[in-house]
Design a protein around this ligand. Sequence first.
Ligand code: X5A
Ligand code: ZN
Length: 484
Amino acid sequence: MSSTGVVYDQRHELHKCLWDETFPENPERLFAVCDRLKNRGLFERTTSIECKPATEEQILLCHPSSLLEKLKECRNAPDAEALENACKQFEEIYLTQDSFDCALLAVGGAIEAARAVATGKCRNAFAIIRPPGHHSYEANPNGFCIFNNIAIAAKQMVKEFDLKRVLIVDVDIHAPQGTLRSIADSEQILLISIHNYMGGAIWPFMKETNYDYDGNTINVPLNAPGLSDAEYLAAFQHFIIPIAVEYNPQLILVSAGFDAGLGDPLGGQKVTPPCFGHLTRMLMDVAEGKVCLILEGGYFKASFVESAEMSLRALLGDPLPLLHIHQRLCPTFIESLRCCISHQAKRWKCCATISDLLQQQQTASDSEIASRSLSIFVGQPIFEHFERIIRDHRCSTRNWFPVRPREKEEALTKEIEAISANYKLESEPETPLISLEALLFSQETHQKALIEMMKNIVDHYSRFEQLKNSHILTLLSGDKSKTG
Ligand code: X5A
Ligand code: ZN
C-alpha cells in the first residue's frame, strides 16, 4: 500500500542569516515543524523520501547559468561581510557559503517529492524544505527565495513523464510573481494563487497578480486584511476547486505557505490551522489525490507548526477538527471573488455558470449602481522605486522586519491554543459549505466593499515613506493642493 511521503533533510539548516538574527525565515522553522510531527507520532507513519541536490540542468529549466555562477561564488566568500555585500544586489535575500548547495537541496527535495507522487510510489507527499521558492524567477532571487523550487519541479515532471496538465495551487499569502513568470511559457502548467493584493499597494507590487491577468495564471487577489476560514473556504468551493476539476490535472503541486495563518506577522490574515487541513483535503478530491505539498512561507511558530500538522493529517487521511464558521464574508472579499468569477467566465465553464447566476440576480436587484468590475493598480511607483534599488545594488540587508513585542506574541499563541483546545475530531470531517447566497449582490455590500478596499490601499500605500508626496496618494487622500 502506498503511503504519504515526507522529505526532510537536516542540511537545510545551513542556510541562515549570519548578521541579523531577527530575520523571519530561519532554520528554526523546519526544526519546529519536524519536532511537532515527531512528537505527535506522525513521522513514523510516513515514508521518508530521500532529498538529493537538484542538478544544474534542472535549475536551468527556470534560471539562467549566470545566476548559478553568481551564487556559486559565495561558496568562496572570505567572511560574512563579503556575503552581506553580495546580498545588496538581491531583494530580501541573505546568503551563506552553504546557501547555494542548500538551495539545490530544496529544489531537489521538491522534485523527489513530486516524482514519488507522479510515479505512484507515494499516494501523496509533503516536502518540508527551505529556502522557499515561489518568488524567485530568472536571475532574480528575492523575497527569501533563491531558486523556484515548485516551478522547477513542475517543469521537471512535465519533461520526465510527458505530463499534459500539472496544476500548481499557491496558498502562501504573498503573490507568487516568481512562479507566475517561470511557468508563463509552459502550456502544460496552470497556476492558481490566492494572495494579498491591496490594490497593488503591497509587495511585490505587480499588476499581473490582479484578477484580470490573462495567461496560465489565475489570481484571487485579496484587498482586505483579517480574512479567515470562511473566505478561504468560499474561494476554494466557488472558484479554485471548480476550476481545478474542470482543468482535470494529472498532478497537483501546492505552494504550501502558512503565512495566511492567524497571527502571522507578515500575512495579516486569520486562517486557522485546521482550515489548512480542510483546504488540503479538498484538493485531494482532484487528480485522484495526487497532491504534493511543498513548503513556502509561514513565520509565526505557534500557527505554522499546527497548520503543517493539520495539512499532513489531511494527507494521511486522519480525522480533522470540525470548522466553526459564524462570521459573514468580508464585503471586500466578496467583491474580489465576483471579479475573479466574472473574469474567468470567458475561459472556464464552471465560472460562466456561477457568473450568469450572480449577474441575473444583480440585474434583478439593482440596475442603478450595476457593479462594474474595477481593476485597480497603484503599485507602479513603488515597484519602480524598488527596481532602482536592486539595479544599484542598494538593497537593505538588515532589520527588514520589526520584532514583535513578547506580550503580543504570547497573546497570539494563546489564541491558537484556545482553538486547538476546542477541537472536535471527525473521521469523515464535513467541510462547511459556504452558500452561494453569501456571494449575492446588494448595493450595501458593494459600497462597503469598495470603501473598505480604498482604505486598505491608502493604508498600505502610506507605509512607503519615500512615496509620501507622490501623485496617487495625494489623489486618494484628497489633498488637492499637491496634485497640480
Ligand atoms: C516565501 C515568503 C515572503 C517575502 C516577503 C517580502 N516570502 N516582503 O513568504
Ligand atoms: Zn509568503
